[in-house]
Design a protein around this ligand. Structure first.
Ligand code: PNS
Length: 162
């Protein structure tokens, strides 16, 4: 029986921390779906089409990585996809409380689904999409922390604003 895992998130934008987790997941599971939440934030920096396009481009050479979108309850999406595993990245103790709540609530909603936590490589433990957006907006360097395509798109957005 092949194992399908779902890696859900907002991915606004995709960071190298996400890429690291997806790459590890693709080695561990037969197939991993990067599931991008629709309307996670009212005003995302990258719209849904951009986020899907970026993730598909970054993982174009990974036949067992799929990029999809979902809305509503995550467990309903996971069940619809006939998957049993949710993958989440754990960067630090500070992530733990929220992730613990999320995992236990999801288990209460559907006890057939297990959440599996994976740790990214050390160089990515402090990266978050929120910090990337903030650092870039204030003129800081994000090179090496996000895929090149994300960096280019961030520059395009900045250029379009001035
Ligand atoms: O990248 P994020 O913002 O940390 O991802 C959070 C996400 C998308 C995994 C979470 O907000 C989610 O699953 N939302 C879908 C709605 C849902 O199922 N909520 C109840 C979760 S206990």
């Amino acid at each position: 029986m092949s194992t399908l895992a779902v890696y859900p998130g907002s991915f606004d934008p995709l960071t190298n921390g996400h890429v690291d987790i997806i790459t590890r997941g693709a080695r561990l599971f037969d197939r991993i779906v990067v599931a991008i939440l629709v309307n996670a934030e009212k005003t995302p920096l990258f719209n849904m089409a951009e986020r899907v396009e970026i993730a598909r481009a970054v993982f174009k050479d990974y036949p067992n990585v799929e990029v999809d979108t979902f809305d509503g309850l995550l467990v309903d999406y996971v069940e619809k996809r006939k998957a049993r595993v949710i993958v989440r990245g754990l960067r630090a103790i500070s992530d733990f409380e929220f992730e613990f709540q999320l995992a236990l609530m999801n288990r209460r909603l559907n006890s057939e689904i297990e959440t599996v936590f994976m740790m990214p490589a050390e160089q990515y433990v402090y990266i978050s999409s929120r910090l990337i957006k903030e650092v870039f907006a204030l003129g800081g360097r994000v090179h090496g922390l996000v895929p090149d395509m994300v960096e280019a798109r961030l520059r395009d957005k900045q250029a379009a604003r001035v």
